[in-house]
Design a protein around this ligand. Structure first.
Ligand SMILES: [Mg+2]
Length: 384
């Protein structure tokens, strides 16, 4: 595959340029920094929250002290810095987007993204159903990630993600209508895996659309897929260098144009209003819900980023110290903060102990290579 001319300046192509590219202005993270930052930041938030995912705030305080978790802590099996299904699926989203992008670039024909993404998630499902990488090849069990033994760990994957991938995907929903798979499911499994859609498409509207479509691979409730779309649009704006408050406002505007947006819009409205009050606490976080459903997970992550996002450690700790789905809110908040501030802002003491760090960086860099017009080995990223 020939590289596209003039595409190695660090800016994403396909209308994705914005002002995110190349680190042109001093102190402004380059596109590659934001992609790495978002993926690693999400993984850090995931690893911080994972050991307390199913604990109430009173249990968290009893075990870890009045301030709750203030560092990476060991899980019940002695693991430290381990990520969960949130990061695993996010990485497969990255791989699916690379493969879809390279395919459309080489064939000149797009429109295969949802099918290719479903194959990517089937490879993730493969890691959950098998104990180690396969020796045989087939159309689904291909590519680089499925060869990574560390991903073959079950870390409390969501039911709708598992069952949805065992269901054939029919035609996608009309706007605002229930989707074809798990039509009543709006678990946060849609949001927690969807940051890469924003990292890929500089246009927030396209990021929204693609994330919402691919969310329907497993979750059909409109709130489930619209929250994923709003999250991807938010990340897309951040990658273009839009400041967080404006990026949230722009995402809410896009969301408000969608039929069936009301539940997600109400959750984000509450998050923004609460952030304006300041004075963050676990109790304030919990007033936004438990994050087991998509709109609450997004709202809590946005709240934590808005209220404390200049201090990434504080924001991430706020995002995991509550009675709800701590690893997912940590992951989504980390995706946001990393896209906003870039890799250099990630706390080194957490980054250094993060599971899969080398693989995540390599995948992030391959993603940037693909979306800035560069070449990647076709056996690593076959176009399907
Ligand atoms: Mg998880």
């Amino acid at each position: 595959m020939k590289p596209e001319a003039g595409a190695r300046d660090g800016t994403p192509r396909d209308g994705a340029a914005g002002d995110a590219g190349g680190g042109a202005a001093a102190g402004v993270p380059a596109y590659a920094d934001r992609v790495r930052g978002s993926l690693l930041g999400g993984a850090i938030g995931d690893a911080l929250g994972a050991p307390v995912e199913f604990d109430s705030i009173s249990t968290i305080r009893a075990v870890h002290g009045a301030a709750g978790v203030t560092d990476l802590v060991h899980d019940r099996h002695g693991g430290l810095g381990l990520v969960t299904d949130d990061t695993q699926m996010t990485l497969f989203t990255v791989e699916g987007l690379i493969r879809a992008h390279l395919r459309s670039r080489s064939t000149g024909v797009g429109g295969e993204e949802v099918r290719i993404m479903r194959n990517a998630y089937l490879r993730w499902l493969d890691t959950q159903n098998h104990r180690r990488p396969p020796s045989a090849d087939d159309v689904v069990r291909t590519g680089r990630l499925r060869e990574e033994a560390w991903l073959y760990s079950r870390r409390a994957p969501g039911n709708a993600c598992l069952s949805g991938l065992s269901t054939e995907l029919g035609p996608l929903a009309a706007p605002g209508a229930p989707g074809p798979v798990n039509p009543r499911s709006k678990g946060c499994g849609t949001v927690m895996r969807s940051a890469p859609f924003g990292l890929a498409a500089g246009d927030p509207g396209r990021a929204f659309r693609l994330a919402a479509e691919c969310a329907q691979i497993t979750h059909g409730h409109p709130t489930g897929y619209l929250a994923a779309g709003a999250f991807a649009a938010l990340v897309a704006s951040l990658v273009r260098g839009v400041p967080l408050e404006r990026a949230v406002r722009d995402s809410r505007e896009l969301l408000g144009e969608q039929p069936g947006h009301e539940e997600t819009s109400a959750a984000l409205r509450a998050a923004v209003a609460l952030a304006a009050e300041g004075d963050p606490s676990p109790e304030a976080v919990e007033s936004l819900g438990g994050a087991w459903v998509a709109e609450e997970a997004l709202a809590i992550a946005v709240y934590c980023a808005l209220v404390a996002g200049d201090d990434m450690e504080r924001a991430l700790l706020l995002a995991v110290n509550h009675s709800g789905d701590s690893d997912s809110t940590g992951a989504v908040c980390g995706n946001i903060l990393g896209a906003w501030h870039g890799e250099a802002a990630l706390p080194p003491r957490w980054l250094s102990r993060l599971e899969g760090r080398t693989s995540i960086v390599r995948l992030a860099d391959d993603f940037v290579t693909a979306f800035t017009g560069g070449d990647l080995p076709s056996d690593a990223y076959p176009g399907r």
